[in-house]
Ligand binder design. Structure first.
Ligand code: NAD
Length: 360
């Protein structure tokens, strides 16, 4: 197993900002990208944290990721917006797209945002959290334009991406419920993290290049490639299909490409529905029912071998509190890849190491 570094949050903030400046990003973009990636690590989703930087560096160097780009409006239908992300950092594009949608939903009661051609949008929960902070319910169906990595239920090879689904519900006086997951058994980045740590993945997540069950994460990391399986057999597969049809075909005008096997860029299409619950329903009734139901599910006595029942969003908040206090664990292989990416971007790896407090 690969050695782990435990990097204090303040040091990780400095080190990651150094690397992101290597893209030539303006100061606001450096903040947006660094904060979003580190936030994913803090929330326990290392798959979508600072370990993405090497992939972003490769994408930038091959011309597939365009720093300092902004969202442009392709179609303005009032409460329906069609936006182009211009292959910009998803951390900026996602925020701008949601800000536009939020303003419209606050004016009209709801808004549909169709976003195409954004570079990797990272942890989709960030966008539901942005909506929830504005008092809005939201749903997000997302497709992934990159090398196919997930097999359809019953299929023996990869035909689409890890197509995440996310929904957020704001609650009065409490943190929002944020459901946010890949429709594959595990996120692709989790196989990369397992590969870097030299660990197997859980049974039932992967097939090899012959369609046979395996626990070796190499089959998603290096050729010959196998595939991830969808969660929940035909049900997760059905949700993944909807993410491709709504986030890809409808919102982005682009579905999985077969010629993407060698490209490093990751584009996302996202179909988002934003709703102001106070305009759709009696706010007092909605709030009372939502809170009562959540209290009821959490009161279910835990089964043997299980922790007390939680609702979506709680595990991330617990991770966040722990890692903010104790520091962020990063395996040595991932850290070496980040240093190599820094070098490719013209940023001295020794400076990044020093900023992280990891010596030379
Ligand atoms: N941008 C992209 O292309 C892309 C692609 C795939 C995944 N992702 C992101 O990857 C991240 C990780 O996805 P994942 O599939 O590994 O997530 P996951 O399997 O860890 O599931 C996370 C979700 O389940 C909830 N959850 C976890 N444990 C729970 C419990 N015991 N009880 C109740 N709820 C619980 C969490 O609160 C969260 O909503 C997500 O943020 C997702 O958006 C992004």
């Amino acid at each position: 197993m690969s050695e782990m570094h435990l990097v204090p949050l303040s040091r990780l903030n400095d080190a990651v900002r150094l690397v992101v400046r290597g893209f030539g990003s303006n100061p606001a973009e450096v903040e947006a990208v660094a904060n979003n990636l580190i936030e994913a690590n803090l929330m326990g989703h290392d798959s979508h944290g600072v370990g993405m930087l090497p992939r972003y560096a490769d994408a930038f160097l091959e011309g597939g990721l365009k720093p300092n780009a902004h969202v442009s409006t392709v179609m303005d239908g009032g409460a329906m917006l069609r936006l182009d992300g211009n292959a910009g950092f998803g951390q900026v594009i996602g925020h701008e797209a949601m800000a536009l949608g939020i303003a419209r939903a606050q004016a009209a009661g709801s808004c549909i945002v169709a976003l195409g051609n954004s570079h990797h949008l990272g942890r989709i929960g960030a966008w539901a959290e942005q909506c929830a902070a504005a008092g809005l319910v939201s749903m997000h169906f997302v497709n992934v334009i990159a090398r196919a990595i997930v097999a359809p239920h019953g299929g023996s090879d990869a035909r689409f991406g890890t197509n995440p689904f996310c929904a957020g519900v704001p609650l009065p006086g409490r943190p929002p419920v944020i459901l946010d997951f890949a429709t594959s058994m595990i996120a692709q980045g989790k196989t990369r993290v397992a590969h870097n740590k030299g660990e197997p993945v859980a049974p039932g997540c992967l097939i090899d290049d012959h369609g046979r069950a395996t626990t070796d994460p190499r089959y998603t990391v290096e050729p010959p490639f196998g595939a991830l399986l969808t969660f929940g057999t035909h049900k997760g597969y059905g949700l993944a299909l909807m993410c491709e049809l709504l986030g890809g075909a409808l919102a982005a005008g682009m579905t999985q490409r077969t010629d993407d096997s060698t490209r490093r860029r990751v584009l996302n299409g996202m179909f988002s529905v934003l709703v102001d619950p106070t305009r759709l329903a009696d706010p007092k009734q909605f709030e009372a029912e939502a809170l009562a139901f959540i209290d009821s599910v959490k009161a279910s006595p835990p089964r043997e071998g299980f922790e007390p029942v939680s609702v979506a969003g709680e595990p991330e908040r617990a991770w966040r509190a722990r890692r903010t206090r104790d520091g962020v664990p990063i395996d040595a292989t991932t850290w070496q890849e980040i240093l190599a990416a820094a070098a490719k971007l013209g940023v001295g790896p020794e400076k990044v190491n020093a900023a992280a407090g990891l010596g030379s």
